[in-house]
Design a binder for this molecule. Structure first.
Ligand code: MRU
Length: 365
């Protein structure tokens, strides 16, 4: 997608052909800063510090991190060590482990001298496949928005609510939850997006609003607690969110607060869709409450970064000194609250059967 008219992906190979460049998302929306990652340690640090974040993008970054590790040492033992090191940086998004296992499969049966080239090839494919997957998610999801537009008629705007950032900044391009929005918007469907600010790290206010604005999509930032009110007053036609891990029964882990949006949507008869690529499904987990939930520093709750009128970006304290803060970063929305999944293979029910219908190759029974 474009920033100031220039097309970007969130990660790309640097001119040297082996290191990678990323957009530092901790600096957005105030500054567009490109950072060079030159080692697996750099990649791990970028994931942990959330310079890169969003389930598909941390998988893509880890893939290149592993390629850099293999460049240093292509032995089986070193590859195992690097995979475990990169995988432990963030626990909830399964795409991280998925991408690393894809990388392992791409190199494990090759002689050592062929492993570096194969690793870089697979990392590039993981990125390209993510772009195409997200594009297709958008094609399928766009139809849902078009149907609502047709029902509303008279050029009335379709009102979409989204939480966190499951946009192109969370992926390699397009986004999952935002891809249907971009494609409907580009096709001329009138729409407007309610963007949850998404405390504590403000991915909605800082990232989703930034990317929607860069693309010219009408949007309004609301505080996280506004969604129920907007739905009660008929001001939301559908909710679309992304996810970090979907269990085999259709339960969905996503950014903290997603569950409350799903409850409010159910109570108000608002369709609640989850957009996801196949790499986000954890077929080994039978239900969502066993998904590991990342606990992050309480500082993210107690402090907030922002820009001063003179342009300086500073962090301020927002609570009285001495208070403790808890910071679970994700929650689990039970499948029963999810109207449907928007995947690269189409839209289907959020059930075990629905997932197996979309991905029949996973049905081993
Ligand atoms: O903590 P973050 O910013 O990595 O959380 C991101 C989300 O919760 C996204 O909704 C999810 O990763 C899906 S991204 C397509």
């Amino acid at each position: 997608m474009k920033i100031n008219g220039k097309a970007y992906r969130t990660i790309w190979l640097a001119p040297d052909g082996w290191s990678v460049e990323i957009i530092d998302q901790t600096r957005l929306p105030h500054e567009l800063v490109i950072v060079l990652l030159k080692s697996p340690e750099d990649a791990a640090r970028a994931i942990l510090s959330m310079q890169v974040r969003g389930a598909p993008l941390i998988g893509a970054t880890a893939a290149y991190g592993l390629a850099m590790a293999i460049r240093d040492d292509a032995s089986d033992e070193a590859i195992d060590r690097a995979i475990e090191f990169l995988a432990k940086q963030r626990p909830t998004a399964i795409n991280l482990r998925w991408a690393l296992e894809e990388m392992r499969r791409a190199v494990q049966n090759l002689p050592r001298e062929e492993r570096v080239a194969a690793a870089y090839r697979r990392a590039a494919e993981i990125c390209d496949e993510d772009v195409e997957t997200c594009r297709r998610i958008g094609e399928h999801g766009k139809k849902l928005i078009e149907d609502i537009a047709a029902r509303k008629g008279r050029g009335e705007k379709v009102e979409v609510l989204t939480h966190c950032n499951a946009g192109w900044l969370a992926c390699v391009d397009w986004g999952t939850a935002t891809s249907p929005i971009y494609q409907a918007h580009d096709a001329g469907v009138p729409l407007h997006v309610w963007v949850d600010e998404t405390r504590p790290r403000n991915q909605g206010a800082a990232l989703t609003a930034y990317e929607l604005g860069s693309h010219g999509v009408p949007h309004t930032i609301v505080v996280d607690n506004a969604g129920g009110h907007l739905m009660q007053h008929g001001r939301v036609d559908l909710v679309i969110v992304g996810t970090d891990r979907v269990a085999a029964n259709g339960d969905v882990a996503n950014k903290i607060g997603t569950y409350l949006k799903a409850l409010a949507a159910k109570d108000n008869g608002v369709p609640f869709y989850v957009a996801l690529p196949h790499s986000t499904i954890d077929w080994t987990l039978q239900e969502g409450l066993s998904i590991p939930i990342e606990e992050r520093s309480g500082d993210e709750v107690l402090k907030m970064p922002g820009r001063l009128p003179d342009g300086r970006v500073v962090t301020v304290e927002i609570a009285a000194p001495g208070s403790l803060a808890g910071n679970p970063a994700f929650d689990v929305t039970p499948a029963r609250l999810v109207t449907g999944f928007i995947t690269e293979r189409g839209v289907g029910p959020a059930t075990r059967e629905g997932l197996l219908f979309l991905y029949p190759e996973r049905d081993k029974s």
